[in-house]
Design a protein around this ligand. Structure first.
Ligand SMILES: Nc1ncnc2c1ncn2[C@@H]1O[C@H](COP(=O)(O)OP(=O)(O)OP(=O)(O)O)[C@@H](O)[C@H]1O
Ligand SMILES: O=C(O)C1=C[C@@H](O)[C@@H](O)[C@H](O)C1
Ligand SMILES: [Mg+2]
Length: 180
């Protein structure tokens, strides 16, 4: 059966928020970024949610929003959070409802894309400062190692180590015949 929900997964900096709206435009779908929705609903930045309430609180909210709102949508491209599919049975729920696309990039490329990001709590030290480059790279490697077994279960894998336009073209080709 053809589906009408397209999910983007991948590490922080892989391009979910960048590719998502453009892909939606090409498909004639709407776009939703789960991170933005969480911030709207909670009235706080993700970094503040993590600092004040911790990661487990965040993961529970993320899962609740996924189940109660996101999975009920139709004709949407959805940028998931970088860790969404690694928690509870979110991966199973997402794959059951739509087509899951893994946006890939090597750790060296991810490092260059995210080394100045101060809005992602998992990349900061206990004082809320961005980690020194060497520690940041080690954090990327260890998180990727834990997450790849989840990411690799996506229906479609696409390298983002090319231009944004080429990445979108490849996704459109791979989606052909799979969505309504
Ligand atoms: N082919 C490509 N596809 C996507 N993004 C690319 C590509 N090439 C370079 N970029 C750049 O990589 C960055 C991706 O950042 P983006 O915020 O979209 O990632 P994200 O996956 O949403 O991360 P997060 O999980 O932190 O929200 C952007 O600065 C974008 O311009
Ligand atoms: O990779 C992650 O676990 C995260 C990525 C972001 O999209 C946010 O969902 C949050 O910062 C956690
Ligand atoms: Mg994003």
């Amino acid at each position: 059966m053809r589906k009408s929900l397209v999910f983007l997964t991948g590490f922080m900096g892989s391009g979910k928020s960048t590719i998502g709206p453009l892909l939606a435009q090409h498909l004639g779908y709407d776009f939703l970024d789960v991170d933005d929705l969480i911030e709207d609903i909670e009235g706080k930045k993700i970094v503040d949610i993590f600092r004040e309430k911790g990661e487990i609180y965040f993961r529970n909210i993320e899962r609740k929003i996924l189940i109660e709102t996101v999975l009920k949508l139709s004709r949407f491209v959805v940028a998931l959070g970088g860790g969404t599919i690694t928690f509870a049975d979110n991966l199973y729920l997402v794959k059951e409802s739509g087509i899951l696309i893994y946006l890939m990039a090597n750790p060296e490329v991810l490092l260059q894309r995210i080394k100045y990001k101060t809005d992602r709590p998992l990349l900061l030290d206990h004082q809320g400062n961005i980690l020194p480059e060497k520690l940041l790279f080690e954090r990327i490697l260890s998180l990727l190692k834990m997450r790849e077994p989840f990411y690799l279960q996506a229906d479609i894998l696409v390298s983002t180590e090319k231009s944004i336009e080429e990445t979108i073209d490849e996704i459109l080709n791979k989606l052909e015949g799979k969505i309504a």
